[in-house]
Design a protein around this ligand. Structure first.
Ligand code: 7RM
Length: 657
């Protein structure tokens, strides 16, 4: 490991850049750099051309209607996302092609051809319509493990025009409840449980707990994943009238269910993500623009071809799962791999065993995973034949050059282009990324905005920063897959993304450009942490902490972490009569898990008698970050009581870090 790292550092010092391999470029879907200028000259005509790759029931009358900050794409056009992902393929030779290759954590495998998918989606769409009376525009919550019924449920919703909101199975009952109530779901689709590292996650129990306070929910569909070997811990209680087993309800409905004709701007889904306040935001995506964006970027960035086997390791509960596990690849008629479990179960070679088993050709994962593989060592990789891989990608957080090089050499065998893709839940699809047949990559840089995308780096005043400098990342022109708003809150939408620069979209990320115009993403500039590629709001964790009876005040920061990118550190003041100690530390960590979910468990809880505040009463997070990361303190002149910091630092060294 030490030797490997040294070799990588030596390579990095050479300032290496990686042009597309010649044979790769020759066969790439895109290999003419002219595409950038063509797109920039007439972006609307460019996107209209792209959208023609989808099947429309009725063509649009106007490509873009833009009234800052509200965009409408392909105005007047009619289509259906499920039709584009499923129906149109069963009319071709793809009918018998594998759509989903699924692998369970215990080693089971299921393959669904496009025809299988068509049948299953039709039946489940009938369940939604006939059994539950779900109609176009109704919201449906999906809270499931990574089993094929999850994309089937998403596509069935899309088929009938219901708006799905997928909630990651790692979220707590409380988080689930909050999301269901925010968008008033009529139905919840779940499973008795899921497997993770060999243990059972009892999802249905969380649903039962959540539904005690969700008056809008009329029914629950439950996939039987755990089977019948039930113990007390896994027993699934089915509430009469409300709850129904998936395998039962699909039996007595019609085998066919027509696609609803959707307007281009009809809602496709809502996906909740963390912002800088305590309350998650419901990001709204519509049909025509979103599907155009994911369809095109899947084809370009992953160079997807008919014979590819594409594995995106994200969970469907995140936007990456929506766009690059479900809608993007399936709209292209591709074969996808879907894996249920953990990368280290039963062993640390599980991902590479899967790549070998199914002959994966294109692989897409997160830097946090790559850093874990790096730490585990190459012996797990070397056990397997990865020669089918031809392209590898990264998403979710900035990838450090060391991890990029390791990925390139050890997973990509030095021959596969690496695509570092920048985008957000809000952007719907990839916006900044190499085009593997065109772009010369640099380790750690997401390179350039895709054709048709205009990004810039600006200062506080919104002035473009010259090449070589850093600032805030903005988007200067609407793009097809952009969010259409925050569910039920147009004011907050304006405020969060548009209040700073008026006509430019504020992404919340810092970025710099080098002398050649390459974009280097620097992480969030707001109160959002990125823990193992997951977006977590500091305020949300703070709210969870102060909800505990022992806590008076809490300040949360993301501190640098070698594997996770950031880890959560919480500074807490305790109410009189409670004892600050390891017992309370553990209790508070558990409390956060219960309130939000395991992804938000703080690494450190540091007790203090006071928090460092400015004279106007604002908590100085920068100082806390310095303390948690053991750095020399920056400017403390605005601090109300400098003694607090000295005391905190001592505390931290004793208990925290
Ligand atoms: C796709 C996704 C979005 C935030 C975003 C960034 C960070 C994502 C990259 C990245 C540097 C990347 N959606 N981010 N990709 N930072 N390089 N390639 O992750 O909504 O969950 O998060 O993630 O900070 O704003 S997300």
């Amino acid at each position: 490991m030490a030797v490997e790292t040294q070799a990588i550092e030596a390579l990095l010092k050479e300032n290496r850049s990686f042009p597309p391999p010649e044979d790769f470029a020759q066969q790439a879907n895109l290999n003419d750099p002219e595409i950038y200028t063509r797109a920039a000259e007439d972006p609307e005509a460019f996107w209209a051309d792209v959208a023609r790759g989808l099947d429309w029931f009725r063509p649009w009358e106007q490509v873009l209607h833009w009234e800052v900050p509200f965009a409408k794409w392909f105005v007047g056009g009619k289509l259906n996302a499920c039709y584009n992902c499923v129906d149109r393929h069963v009319r071709t030779a793809r009918r018998n092609k594998a759509a989903i290759i699924w692998e369970g954590e215990n080693g089971e495998s299921r393959v669904l051809t496009y025809w299988d998918l068509y049948r299953e989606v039709n039946r489940f769409a009938s369940v939604l319509r006939e059994h539950f009376g779900i109609r176009k525009g109704d919201r449906v919550c999906i809270y499931m493990p990574m089993v094929p019924e999850l994309p089937i449920a998403m596509l069935a919703c899309a088929r009938i025009g219901a708006v799905h909101t997928v909630v990651f199975g790692g979220f707590s009952a409380e988080s689930l409840k909050e999301r269901i109530n925010d968008c008033q779901c009529r139905l919840v689709i779940t499973a008795d449980g899921g497997y993770r590292r060999g243990t059972v996650i009892p999802l249905k129990r969380s649903v039962d707990e959540a539904l005690q306070e969700c008056p809008s929910v009329e029914g629950v569909v439950v996939v039987r994943r755990l089977g019948l070997g039930l113990t007390d811990a896994t027993f699934t209680h089915m509430q009469e009238v409300r709850d129904h087993w998936w395998h039962r309800v699909i039996e007595d409905v019609s085998p066919r269910s027509d696609c609803e004709e959707m307007d281009s701007e009809d809602l496709l889904f809502i996906l909740y993500t963390s912002g800088s306040t305590g309350k998650p935001k419901g990001i709204v995506h519509t049909t025509g623009g979103y599907l155009t964006g994911v369809y095109a970027t899947t084809k370009w960035v992953f160079d997807l071809k008919e014979e590819d086997v594409f594995w995106c390791t994200a969970d469907c509960g995140w936007v990456t799962g929506h766009s690059y596990l479900v809608y993007g690849p399936l709209a292209n008629g591709a074969t996808i791999v879907m894996y249920e479990g953990a990368p280290d179960f039963p062993d640390r070679d599980r991902f590479w065993a899967i790549c070998e088993k199914y002959g994966v050709t294109v692989f897409y994962t997160a830097p946090t995973a790559i850093r874990a593989f790096m730490k585990w060592g190459t012996e797990h990789v070397e056990k397997h034949d990865l020669s089918t891989l031809r392209l590898i990608g990264s998403v979710g957080e900035p990838i450090n050059p060391e991890a990029w090089m390791w990925y390139h050499q050890n997973i990509g065998g030095g021959r596969c282009p690496v695509v570092d893709t920048w985008w957000q839940t809000e952007t719907g699809h990839i916006l900044i990324s190499p085009l593997p047949g065109i772009t010369t990559t640099r380790p750690g840089s997401a390179t350039f905005p895709l054709p048709g995308i205009e990004a810039d780096v600006v200062d506080e005043a919104g002035q473009s920063v010259p090449l070589g400098g850093g600032g805030y990342l903005v988007l200067k022109r609407p793009w097809p897959g952009m969010l259409r708003g925050l569910y039920g809150d147009p004011e907050r939408y304006r405020e969060v993304y548009w209040s700073r620069y008026g006509t430019m979209y504020f992404a919340g990320d810092g970025a710099k450009r080098d002398e050649d115009g390459y974009f280097w993403l620097l992480g969030r500039v707001d109160d959002v942490m990125n823990v193992a590629g997951h977006r977590i709001s500091t305020m949300e964790v703070e709210s969870a902490l102060v909800d505990h009876p022992a806590v008076a005040e809490a300040a949360v920061i993301g501190k640098h972490h070698e594997l996770k990118g950031q880890a959560i550190a919480a500074f807490v003041t305790v109410k009189d009569g409670f004892k600050a100690g390891t017992e309370l530390q553990d209790e508070l960590k558990e409390h956060v898990v219960k309130k939000i979910g395991a992804i938000s468990r703080p690494d450190d809880i540091i007790f203090t008698s006071e928090l460092p505040k400015t004279r106007s009463g604002k908590i100085m997070r920068r100082l806390l970050r310095d303390i948690a990361e053991g750095r020399a303190l920056g400017d403390t002149t605005t601090l109300a009581d400098p003694n607090v910091v000295a005391m905190l630092r001592e505390r931290y060294e004793e208990e925290g870090g």
